[in-house]
Design a protein around this ligand. Structure first.
Ligand code: SAH
Ligand code: SF4
Length: 337
């Protein structure tokens, strides 16, 4: 597939055909199964200042929270009880959860439950990543956000695409199932740039690939800068599925912030994973990466069950499987040959 082909898909007047083709590819790899991952958002402290994110250090209006180790374990246990085969630990870059502290939490979860653990906790050094892997973490999600150097550097002060890519390579070398992704329609991003991002991501041999809309947060420099377009993100997901037939592709929660059925539409466009939040209700409003996130007023069990019910009603089967990626399975097979 070329940039030109992707541009045609992004602008096609036959989106249903694109979505149908992508879903057929997903059906071949996963049948109607949808992997369920419970996300524990355990700290909204962050030392970084990403321009798109409500957790950025300079957002002084945000009430900050950290969960205690026991609370994280309880949320993980709740996720498992509700049918998640993977627990995702996500946070801002919070020095409080250093190598040892987070390592202990990973060990506790792995001791208590037969689940996969995914980390999504940002930029750290090689030894820290390796230590967490030794503690039992199976997967790591580190989004490139955009592969365009000047846009990346402008929106993520102090970092670069090269550094983020080097970390992804480290994570793959350590043995993590590795995920990355992009934010669709960042300000300054053209469709041609988006098409290049899709091709570059797809060349990385990733186990998980995420794409979701940029939702401007009022307490960030991007306030009012973009009008999120759910349709564009759905098309990106479909193209990613065509290019990555066996990778795990989540129906990102940011889609649900734009439309009530956003995640279901992503499944119909080829996604195969849902990642409901299992963060305790008293703090989850404060995990405000973007507006509209975690605004459900239901209890965690009610919200997760309602999501899984909607997934089932749409003709899919939520599964508690660990849901390792086909890419990873193929890599392990090659290594054993
Ligand atoms: N701090 C870690 C993980 C938590 S942030 C990190 O940055 O890697 C998780 C993801 O939230 C980011 O990768 C980014 O893609 C997404 N995000 C943050 N703000 C957003 C916004 N306004 N709209 C859409 N996605 C956003
Ligand atoms: Fe921090 Fe991640 Fe938000 Fe950047 S995207 S400010 S690293 S939580």
């Amino acid at each position: 597939m070329t940039v030109h082909d992707i541009l045609e898909f992004l602008n096609t007047s036959h989106a249903d055909t694109l979505f149908g083709r992508a879903r057929t590819v997903a059906d071949t790899a996963f049948a109607r199964s949808v992997f369920v991952r419970g996300v524990v958002e355990f700290s909204n402290y962050c030392k970084k200042n990403c321009h798109y994110c409500g957790l950025r250090k300079d957002n002084e209006q945000l009430a900050r929270f950290r969960l205690a180790g026991q609370e994280i374990l309880a949320a993980a246990s709740l996720a498992v009880g509700l049918g998640a085969g993977t627990v995702v630990l996500q946070s801002g870059e919070d020095a409080h959860f250093d190598r040892t502290a987070l390592g202990g939490i990973i060990q506790d979860i792995k001791k208590a439950h037969d689940v996969a653990v995914t980390l999504c906790v940002g930029d750290h050094d090689r030894d820290t990543y390796a230590y967490w892997h030794d503690c039992g973490a199976d997967r790591y999600l580190l989004k490139l956000e955009t592969t365009h150097e000047s846009l990346h550097a402008a929106l993520r002060p102090g970092t670069s695409v090269a550094k983020r890519l080097a970390r992804l390579e480290l994570l793959q070398a350590i043995g993590y199932e590795t995920g990355s992704g992009i934010i669709v329609d960042l300000p300054g991003m053209t469709d041609a740039m988006l098409a290049e991002d899709i091709l570059r991501l797809s060349a990385l041999g990733l186990d998980m690939i995420a794409a979701g809309p940029c939702i401007p947060h009022p307490q960030t420099p991007l306030r009012g800068a973009v009008s999120p377009d759910i349709e564009k993100s759905l098309r990106v997901i479909a193209v990613l599925r065509l290019l990555n037939p066996v990778a795990n592709i989540p129906a990102t929660s940011a889609l649900d912030a734009l439309a009530q059925d956003g995640r279901l539409r992503a499944l119909a466009a080829g996604a195969n994973v849902v990642m409901p939040s299992v963060t305790p209700v008293d703090v989850r409003d404060a995990y405000a990466l973007y507006p509209g996130k975690n605004t459900s007023k239901s209890s965690v069990p009610d919200a997760v069950r309602a999501l899984l019910h909607r997934v089932s009603a749409a003709g899919y089967t939520p599964v508690a499987d660990r849901g390792s990626s086909g890419v990873f399975a193929n890599r392990q097979g090659d290594a054993n040959d």
